[in-house]
Design a protein around this ligand. Structure first.
Ligand SMILES: Cc1cc2nc3c(=O)[nH]c(=O)nc-3n(C[C@H](O)[C@H](O)[C@H](O)COP(=O)(O)O)c2cc1C
Length: 333
């Protein structure tokens, strides 16, 4: 799949958007741009690259998100990421955790636009793929509209043309990362104005977008939307992305079809020595809002964690969720 656009993106989420999660999401949408969890530049440079960066050919288009603030280290990490086939390098300028602040990266970099510009320049000099930035609308008391504008202008001058903006500021002292995703109010209008002031830039809106109706409304003002928690917790919304946002005429994949395809993938993962729960933990919300969702969720979360849990956990899941669905029972008989 070619790198297409930022019209619909699934957010980078630590512990959540690993390669199994991305493979599952890709079964539901061909066009969404998927993001990895954040990986720090030193982890990529010194760590087990194969384990950290391996990505399945079917995941594309997929962007690698980096954390760091040392331009040379980020350039080296971006280069390694590009060699693993990622379609984009994204720099995290939005994470407010203490650990990240100690490393002087994440959201605290909103206060250092010159350094972010240097990071972008260094990465762009090393890789051919696009280098993008994910940021907040502000941090702490540095949250005037001018501050955001100055940040964007400075980083854009270094050649970054795509910004994903989480439409709430971050409080670096006193709020946990989770609170920083909930407490500061959302200000979508500020992101719309940013796009209006710089129509040449690709501006992607993130934060609190609950589904595709919301997404379509925002797309009247910005180039793209990025969904985090909603995409993870209610993943079946992804099944309509290609038809509603990319004009696809293909039929919408059903939950049962997605579960069957996932079972094939999980079989291979088990054969190569992986654990079933590595995959199943990302799937718990697939039937959210459907009649047997709670029974199914309990079945999956209780059984997939057991030692030696095998593919029958997924086969049974389909029987529980859709008793009249045929093909598994046919295959099993
Ligand atoms: C569990 C979790 C982990 C996250 N990890 C990252 C991360 O690694 N990098 C990042 O830029 N944002 C991270 N975020 C923030 C999301 O990318 C996103 O900006 C935020 O959740 C707001 O979007 P939403 O309201 O659609 O969830 C994380 C969010 C969650 C819930």
């Amino acid at each position: 799949m070619q790198y297409q656009s930022h019209r619909f993106c699934v957010a980078p989420m630590m512990d959540w958007t690993d390669r199994h999660c991305r493979t599952f999401h890709r079964l539901l949408t061909r066009n969404a741009l998927l993001y990895t969890e954040m990986l720090t530049a030193p982890a990529i440079i010194h760590g087990d690259r194969e384990r950290l960066l391996a990505c399945d050919a079917r995941e594309h288009p997929v962007a690698l998100q980096l954390g760091g603030s040392d331009p040379m280290a980020l350039a080296a990490a971006a280069d390694i990421g590009a060699s693993f086939g990622y379609d984009e390098i994204n720099l995290n300028v939005g994470c407010p955790s203490d650990r990240v602040q100690e490393g002087r990266f994440g959201a605290c970099l909103m206060a250092e636009p010159g350094l972010v510009a240097a990071c972008v320049s260094a990465m762009r000099a090393r890789v051919e793929i696009p280098v993008t930035v994910k940021c907040r609308i502000g941090i702490d008391d540095q949250d005037a509209e001018d501050d955001l504008q100055k940040f964007i202008e400075t980083v854009a001058a270094a050649g970054c043309i795509t910004f994903i903006v989480h439409a709430r500021k971050a409080w670096l002292a006193g709020l946990s990362p989770k609170q920083n995703r909930e407490v500061p109010p959302l200000d979508y209008a500020r992101v719309y104005r940013l796009k209006a002031s710089r129509p040449d830039l690709t501006i992607v809106l993130n934060g609190g977008i609950a589904g595709l109706d919301d997404a379509e409304q925002h797309l009247a003002y910005v180039d793209g939307v990025m969904l985090g928690r909603a995409a993870y917790q209610t993943p079946y919304l992804l099944a309509n992305v290609d038809q509603r946002l990319f004009g696809s005429n293909e039929s919408v994949v059903s939950r049962a079809e997605a579960l069957e395809l996932l079972t094939t993938y999980a079989s291979r993962h088990l054969e190569s020595g992986g654990r079933l729960n590595n995959i199943v933990r990302h799937v718990l919300g697939l039937y959210h809002g459907q009649p047997r969702a709670r029974t199914l969720r309990r079945h999956l979360s209780e059984n997939a964690v057991k030692d030696g849990a095998g593919i029958e956990v997924l086969v049974d899941a389909l029987r529980i969720a859709e008793p009249s669905h045929r093909s598994f029972s046919a295959a099993a008989e």
